[in-house]
Design a protein around this ligand. Structure first.
Ligand SMILES: Nc1ncnc2c1ncn2[C@@H]1O[C@H](COP(=O)(O)OP(=O)(O)OP(=O)(O)O)[C@@H](O)[C@H]1O
Ligand SMILES: [Mg+2]
Length: 356
């Protein structure tokens, strides 16, 4: 086990800064997920930690040691690449054994480790095949297996489940979580799948354009997104964003409707007339029969999703979605009352996009 510290890390290709003075600390034994859209620098950051990319500026520390200029093999890491990188001329067993043989491990120990990893990953019948005779998902599992058999302090996983079908993906997600609990290694795991991030991570670092937007535990990222980008990226179905104006005394105005923000955990600007964005997750919108006194919204569309229904509503000319029981009995055009829970909402400055 080892802690990892990234200090002011910059990686540039010419004028293009793929990573821009990035700082990140990963505790010993922690499971950190790097999350973000395609091209935001996730693989590049992982490559810098592994020693596969030349950093432009800054430092990488593993286990208290500055390894910025050390060879990948000296860093005590096991890596699963986004592109698998299996040796084509070797069998699955050969691929998994390669690093261990080079390290001089006893044959019986190697066999035992491969068997255990193969069982976990459900690749036992494939051990004597070569990579060309495997599907993409099978290759991906072999690549995971090759990392798992090694004795390392740190595992770096780059989208290890991206080519698996939904069922296997969900199964392996659980296996990876169990594995981490059993081994206790420090783990950095790249994905663009927010469900994977929310289910696996102790902490999520959400990246955009090579800059960390928020680094926190999944619950905090979900409930208190640091800015509009994080709020929009996390959560499916997505958070509704309503344009509001402060009305003084801790209240907001949405068209003609006044919303009392009593109970909001951030700060509501005292001055009136400031433009804000009110973010509300669909499961935090309560709908009920129209009463005449409550805020009234119109039902535009019903999206049944099996366990529940997503209702698209219009409130004061703006779109709002609400999670409802699938047997809600409402149809398009119905009027309903809407209640938002201020304690579980988020307020963003419309200019800076930062959460207040
Ligand atoms: N050798 C290179 N020269 C120039 N630009 C590069 C080079 N390698 C990567 N990039 C750029 O760096 C940025 C980050 O790439 P990276 O592979 O880290 O993204 P990523 O977050 O892993 O994306 P994905 O989710 O698609 O794998 C991209 O805009 C990419 O085009
Ligand atoms: Mg990548």
């Amino acid at each position: 086990m080892a802690a990892i510290e990234i200090r002011d890390l910059t990686l540039a290709y010419g004028d293009l800064k793929v990573l821009d003075r990035l700082n990140l600390d990963v505790r010993e034994g922690e499971f950190v997920v790097l999350l973000g859209p395609s091209g935001c620098g996730k693989s590049t950051l992982l490559d810098c930690i592994a020693g596969l990319a030349d950093v432009t500026e800054g430092q990488v520390h593993i286990g208290g040691r500055n390894v910025t200029w050390e060879e990948p093999s000296a860093r005590g890491i096991g890596m699963v690449f986004q592109s698998y990188a299996l040796y084509p001329q070797m069998t699955v067993r050969g691929n998994m054994a390669f690093g261990l043989r080079n390290a001089g491990m006893a044959k019986s120990e190697i066999a035992e480790r491969i068997d255990r990893a193969a069982m976990t990953l459900q690749i036992e019948p494939l051990l004597d095949r070569k990579p060309a005779a495997l599907s993409g998902g099978q290759r991906q599992r072999v690549a995971i297996g090759r990392a798992l058999v090694r004795d390392v302090d740190v595992f770096l996983f780059d989208e290890p489940l991206s080519n698996l079908d939904a069922k296997l993906r969900a199964e392996l997600r659980v296996e990876i979580k169990r594995l981490h609990e059993r081994l206790g290694n420090t783990m950095i795991y790249v994905t663009h799948d927010q469900i994977e991030a929310l289910t696996l991570a102790d902490r999520i670092a959400l990246l955009r354009g090579g800059i960390v937007q928020q680094y926190a535990d999944p619950r905090t990222i979900y409930m208190k997104p640091a800015n509009l980008f994080v709020a929009g990226f996390i959560g499916s179905p997505a958070m509704s964003m309503l344009e509001v104006v402060t009305a003084g005394g801790g209240t907001l105005r949405l068209g003609e409707t006044v919303i009392d923000m009593e109970g909001y955990d951030g700060s509501v600007p005292a001055e009136a007339g400031r433009r804000l964005i009110l973010g509300v997750r669909p499961e935090h919108v309560a709908i009920g029969p129209e009463t005449g006194s409550d805020r009234s919204a119109r039902v535009d569309l019903d999206e049944p999703m099996g366990s529940d229904s997503l209702l698209w509503l219009t409130l004061e000319g703006q779109t709002l979605s609400a999670r409802a029981d699938p047997d809600h009995g409402l149809t398009e055009g119905d009027q309903v009352s809407v209640r938002l829970d201020p304690a579980r909402a988020s307020l963003f400055d419309a200019e800076t996009e930062i959460r207040l």
